[in-house]
Design a protein around this ligand. Structure first.
Ligand code: ADP
Length: 595
């Protein structure tokens, strides 16, 4: 699958596919974000509901703790008679009850709502003699037997829950007094204040009676109607608190609210009906930021995981690439080596090919020469005697014609003789091929070859008015060859040079002998017409000649090349930049021990 994607990406539509992948990734990220957000939202709602139930339970536990007390006290006739007759003793008793029950205060009002006995008598905030007839808990107790009221203490300014009971409890009998137990909810409130949760309880008028945020206490959730406001003031429920509105706005959903600029998820639970007070609700708020924070934290983890996965993949890829690189380096070095050896092989093959071609050419030349040898042997043999016989006959005839004074016949005989001479000359040349025994080699001085060859060619050089220059070292240059045959080579080269310079104004012939570490080199240079490209290719072929028939047979260089090759040397030709041609005879130097 991955390879398919890769292949697709490497093709023409790669940009489009990358774009689709990017969109796909963004879409996936968006959906994941939505999913995560919803998940955390649901979790927080659940958590908030659980917290709300917990706060409600703790609130109810604190409020119901003294539910029984007023009723129990109402059935204590002795206490009420003491309150009426011996207030001090009654106060004493109420103090004991207060201390034992740990209620905030326990006091008894007469039917006018005036305190006739109180647990806090004698203290600066004593209720003794104070009238609480305006308090609902007094009125409710007189008329209904029981009363419940939450408000700020009119004397102490300490908020609390007032639970009251009529004396006697029997409503058919006239009321004589009302016993009141004040429960301080401050410890509960302190708990809420010290916690991190945001929770508050509002009463039936929407006033916040309990709150984990101190500054929200006695603020209202909405506008309170004037009538209600007057009633609150009459009951002195919240002392002189201004009851300003809490900056709370419901958002798109009832569960999401904005409070003091921050967004919260809200859970509401009813508390009132269970404690006999109407309209109390508990609201638990979870900062909306918690959801975004948790979603963000999840994303951070996901991205970290993705990065780790990418890092691992990259590490694996890097490792593989290194391994591949190593292998490919090894392979490429092997390839290089192979290439080198192939190159060597190619060079060797080319050399072998060149050698083979040369050998083939040599073979062809040698076979031609061999054939020539056989042919020459029979020609020289067959023509030798008739030619010498012809020469004798002509000589005899010349003698007789000279006697007779027949000049005409003598002239004809002279022409015949020159033709016979020419034919003899040809057979002389052919004789080289016919000879087979004259191939012995010795250690000879190459320098002497020049002297031998010049003794034959000197007249021709002089006749052709060629300037001869010889450059031969004083020290002898030894080679192993047949002396006559080497002379024959040089004679041939000199004759060719003279011929090539025919008609030239500048006629110079340079013969030079030199030696390298391993070879002796004899060069013959002239200032003639040089060698044409086509001639250069055929130069050493037998019967190749550019000279007219009768003058050149095209055997000189073929024979010379053969002689030089036989002694392990080479005969080469080149054109000179200054014009003319140069022939090089290169022959291995003779060893000191060779004879
Ligand atoms: P031939 O002299 O009978 O022609 P060679 O084998 O000696 O036969 O020479 C072959 C040919 O090489 C000649 O015909 C000539 O064209 C050419 N050649 C030989 N030597 C020279 C030279 N020094 N300068 C120019 N051409 C030469």
């Amino acid at each position: 699958m991955l390879s398919m994607v890769k292949r697709a990406l490497s093709k023409r539509h790669a940009p489009l596919l990358w774009l689709l992948l990017a969109f796909g990734f963004i879409g996936l990220a968006y959906l994941s974000q939505q999913r995560l957000h919803q998940f955390h939202y649901d979790q927080e709602i659940k958590q908030s509901q659980e917290s709300s139930r917990f706060y409600k339970a703790s609130l109810l536990a604190s409020m119901r703790r003294y539910d029984y007390l007023p009723t129990v006290l109402s059935s204590n006739n002795e206490l009420f008679s003491l309150a009426a007759n011996d207030p001090d003793l009654a106060n004493q008793k109420l103090l004991t009850i207060q201390q034992r029950s740990q209620a905030d205060a326990v006091y008894i009002l007469n039917t006018d709502g005036i305190t006739i006995a109180s647990s806090n008598a004698g203290t600066p905030t004593s209720f003794m003699g104070r009238s609480y007839d305006y308090r609902p808990y007094f009125k409710e107790a007189i008329t209904e037997g029981k009363g419940n009221f939450y408000g700020v203490g009119a004397t102490t300014a300490v908020p609390g829950l007032f639970v009251s009971s009529r004396y006697p409890l029997d409503l058919s009998k006239p009321a004589k007094a009302v016993v009141v137990v004040k429960i301080n909810l401050q410890p509960l409130l302190d708990n809420w204040l010290s916690g991190t949760d945001t929770v508050f309880v509002s009463n039936d008028n929407g006033v916040l009676v309990l709150s984990s945020n101190h500054s929200w206490l006695y603020k209202t959730l909405g506008d309170i109607p004037t009538e209600q406001l007057q009633s609150i003031k009459a009951q002195q429920q919240f002392a002189n608190e201004p009851l300003t509105r809490l900056d709370l706005a419901e958002q798109d959903q009832i569960t999401i609210v904005k409070l003091d600029g921050a967004r919260y998820i809200r859970t509401i639970v009813e508390v009132a009906s269970e404690i006999g007070i109407q309209g109390w609700t508990l609201q638990h708020l979870t900062p909306y930021k918690t959801i975004t924070d948790k979603t963000f934290s999840d994303w951070t983890k996901i991205i970290a995981l993705l990065l780790a996965a990418v890092a691992i993949l990259l590490a694996i890829r890097f490792k593989n690439t290194r391994a591949e690189l190593k292998t490919s380096r090894g392979e490429s070095s092997q390839l290089r080596e192979l290439n080198l050896s192939l190159n060597h092989e190619i060079i060797e093959r080319k050399q072998v090919e060149a050698e083979l071609t040369k050998a083939q050419i040599d073979l062809r030349r040698t076979s031609k020469l061999t054939a020539m040898g056989q042919l020459s042997a029979s020609i020289t043999h067959e023509l030798g005697q008739p030619l010498s016989a012809m020469r004798n006959y002509i000589a005899t005839l010349q003698l007789s014609t000279a006697k007779n004074g027949d000049s005409r016949s003598d002239k004809t005989l002279g022409k015949l003789l020159s033709l016979v001479e020419r034919m003899t000359n040809v057979t002389h040349q052919l004789r080289y091929f016919a000879r087979s025994g004259d191939k012995e080699v010795h250690r000879i001085k190459l320098n002497n070859t020049i002297t031998g060859a010049l003794s034959v060619t000197q007249p021709a050089i002089l006749e052709a008015k060629v300037i001869l220059k010889i450059d031969s070292p004083d020290t002898p240059v030894y080679i192993v060859a047949g002396e006559i045959r080497m002379e024959q080579v040089l004679i041939n080269l000199i004759q060719n040079a003279i011929h090539a310079m025919q008609g030239c104004e500048d006629k110079r012939l340079d013969i030079c002998i030199a030696q390298t570490d391993t070879s002796a080199v004899m060069s013959v240079s002239d200032t003639g017409h040089g060698i044409s490209e086509s001639t250069l290719k055929e130069l050493f072929e037998p019967f190749y000649s550019t000279k007219p028939s009768g003058i050149g047979m095209g055997l000189g260089l073929a024979i010379s090349s053969n002689i030089v090759t036989e002694v392990g040397g080479t005969l080469t030709a080149e054109n000179l930049d200054t014009g003319g041609a140069r022939f090089l005879v290169t022959v291995p130097l003779a060893n000191d021990d060779s004879k």
